[in-house]
Design a protein around this ligand. Structure first.
Ligand code: GRF
Length: 208
């Protein structure tokens, strides 16, 4: 099977990146990470890439005079690596409409809750799990979705539930949700690799 070419964009620790690398290396995901890009030079995600001989690039808005120049450079890197799918894995910067449009239906994000709930501005990291516990819901989960121009809004590809236990703290919940993320992101990438994703309006259909 053909290997889907990925660019992974990450700002932090990169445990999702690691899970994808592990799936590829175990032969369970037909993909190749061509480049890992981070806005944060100290992101451990870059270190993980280097350890696995994956090209790592530090690319920050601060390096460019204008946002446009940043976009051009990012698009150039994606193009020269012939990227099929852009994978946002804890990338903390909002990409411009120009970049998002260039990868329409070919850019995905993972969110540690069941969108459209507990998403949007301020809903990242531990804040998501704090809000989930505070709301009293009994079920949370993981969402993998297409990226469109509205934050946490694009069409949903797959979701998986995680029960909220009475004894949960935001931290304990975050830990269980993250474990599910590590499974689900590779599953979603696999669907793209197998060309099973069909997008109609704001719905994603998974071909059998
Ligand atoms: C994950 O919880 C993901 O859902 C969110 O950012 C976090 C990244 O974690 N978008 P890691 O850097 O992959 O460990």
């Amino acid at each position: 099977m053909k290997k889907i070419k990925l660019a992974v964009l990450a700002s932090g620790g990169g445990t999702n990146l690691q899970a994808i690398i592990d799936k590829i290396e175990s032969g369970k995901l037909s993909a190749e990470i061509r480049v890992v890009i981070s806005n944060n030079s100290k992101a451990f995600a870059l270190e993980r890439a280097r350890k696995h001989n994956i090209k790592d690039v530090h690319l920050s808005h601060k390096m460019f005079e204008t946002k446009d120049k940043f976009d051009e450079k990012l698009l150039e890197i994606l193009k020269e690596n012939k990227i099929d799918l852009v994978v946002l894995a804890g990338y903390m910067k909002i990409l411009s409409p120009k970049v998002i449009r260039a990868y329409k239906n070919r850019m995905i994000n993972i969110h540690p809750a069941l969108l459209p709930h507990f998403g949007g501005t301020g809903m990242y990291g531990i804040h998501v799990h704090e809000a989930v516990i505070k709301s009293g819901v009994k079920v949370t989960g993981v969402t993998v979705h297409l990226v469109d121009e509205i934050y946490d809004h694009g069409a949903i590809i797959i979701q998986k539930c995680v029960p909220v236990e009475d004894s949960d703290t935001p931290e304990s919940l975050a830990e269980r949700v993250l474990k599910v993320e590590h499974q689900l992101y590779s599953e979603a990438i696999g669907l793209f690799a197998e060309e099973k994703i069909e997008v109609k309006g704001n719905r994603v259909y998974i071909k059998k």
